[in-house]
Design a protein around this ligand. Structure first.
Ligand SMILES: *Cc1c(COP(=O)(O)O)cnc(C)c1O
Length: 429
């Protein structure tokens, strides 16, 4: 059973100030979870979680994570700007990008961020761009092949565009060292949304062995190992959630078996989780506004794929609770749709739900990561607000809804901007 973190009554109060649709984030949930992450890795002195900003790029949520010790994993200029704006700099920022534009390297360097090179050719590119090789630097590893766990879950690093081959990696460290680098990191992201406690420990085992080999062969001092993201969440009600404490213990065992005997017990463990940090603590709240009976039964809601793209893009499952009907029988089968002129704009297909009446509020679960952030503006639809349900029960708007004025803002290079402004004013938009 998946339980919403708000009641129907709470949502009825919230909509008096903020109309649906909106994203709602649960401060208590995300704080407790972040503390549990730090507790699970407290055995490692240098542990740091660099929250993957792309998952939920909101400065208020980032500030909460920062207050709990998190840094930020960025991969673009605007993510770096957000991190800078909330006071992160230097080793609080990990710049794990790929296909990186020169100006972004320059900006990351200006902030003193730790730069994580995605490719061998970026050694020269970085040096040409910033005029040096930083003292602290990291490289992203791609072992190729498939990454398989005992439960059959696998992912396919050999097919992914990221990282360097093993040979390139060894060569890269030697070159970086000769150019003045002193502290080295290793980064790898080999499987996504893993709902098993095995992923990080297995990845850690591989990276720790690699680190020992690297340090021996190249003489480079391995300062940190970055397990990156990929720790998943149970989107479906029948899935069992990861146990972060068990994951931390699994990584510790590998650390003690592999790194400690090699005299590398001072290596810091870093993570760059996005989904695990925020996914379950955000929901898209939307209202049923139409019902349609043709060859199937449809419920039309006031949100659409512009607000949450994952189901349309990946066919992702997001659990839906009809607020106030938590205990009613699931005796109806609906497609829950948005209003885009795209037939994949469906939050659920053939979903068993209680009978939905117009005006019911639907709580779309587990949208706190890669939800709002993936939004776009197809069909000229506007993105909704983000709200924070605070620990004291109050609600704070942490991003306003987009307006038509925002949507038209980039026509300010045209004369028609005046006409649009005139229309906006007469429509009081
Ligand atoms: C997307 C991404 C993450 C976060 O991934 P999650 O699956 O949300 O944990 C971390 N690091 C890098 C480099 C990424 O691209």
């Amino acid at each position: 059973m998946k339980k919403p973190f708000v009641t129907k009554q709470q949502v009825e109060d919230i909509v008096k100030d903020f109309p649906t649709p909106f994203y709602l984030y649960d401060e208590k949930g995300l704080v407790d979870n972040a503390k549990a992450v730090y507790d699970a890795f407290s055995w490692n002195k240098g542990f740091k979680e660099y929250f993957a900003v792309k998952a939920t790029p909101n400065p208020v949520l980032m500030e909460i994570l920062k207050s709990l010790g998190c840094g930020f994993d960025c991969s673009s200029e605007t993510e770096l700007m957000l991190s800078q704006a909330i006071g992160a700099s230097g080793a609080d920022i990990m710049f794990s990008s790929n296909d990186t534009p020169a100006r972004e390297y320059a900006y990351a360097d200006k902030l003193g961020a730790i730069i994580n090179l995605d490719d061998f050719t970026h050694i020269d590119f970085l040096e040409e761009t910033i005029g040096k090789i930083p003292e602290t630097i990291s490289c992203r590893y791609n072992p190729g092949g498939v990454f398989q766990m005992s439960n059959g879950i696998m992912d396919n690093p050999g097919d992914s565009k990221y990282g360097m081959t093993k040979d390139q990696l060894f060569e890269a460290y030697k070159i970086l060292r000769s150019k003045g680098a002193r502290n080295f990191g290793i980064h790898a992201f080999l499987a996504s949304n893993t709902v098993t406690n095995e992923y990080y420990p297995q990845l850690a085992g591989q990276l720790f062995e690699l680190a020992v080999e690297l340090q021996k062969e190249t003489g480079c001092k391995i300062a940190f190992i970055n397990l990156s993201g990929g720790v998943g969440i149970p989107y479906r009600p029948d899935q069992e959630a990861n146990d972060i404490k068990a994951i931390g213990e699994g990584v510790r065992r590998q650390f003690e078996n592999i790194l400690v005997p090699a005299g590398m017990g001072d290596v810091s463990i870093f993570t760059e989780m996005g989904r695990f940090m925020m996914g379950p603590y955000g929901a898209l709240v939307t209202k049923a506004i139409h019902e349609k009976h043709i060859y199937k039964e449809y419920i039309g809601v006031d949100a659409c794929a512009v607000n949450l793209m994952r189901p349309a893009m990946y066919g992702s499952y997001h659990h839906i609770t009809v607020l106030g009907k938590e205990n009613e029988p699931l005796d109806h089968v609906y497609d829950v749709t948005g209003s885009l002129c795209e037939n994949n704009d469906k939050f659920a297909i053939d979903r068993q739900l209680p009978e939905i009446e117009m005006g019911d509020y639907l709580f779309i679960h587990d949208t706190g990561a890669h939800g709002y952030a993936m939004g776009y503006n197809y069909n000229g639809k506007l993105k909704c607000a983000e709200l924070l349900l605070k620990e004291d029960g109050s609600v704070q708007m942490i991003r306003r809804a987009e307006t038509a004025r925002d949507y038209f803002a980039t026509f300010d290079c045209l004369e028609i901007a005046d006409k649009l402004n005139h229309i906006l004013e007469s429509e009081r938009n």
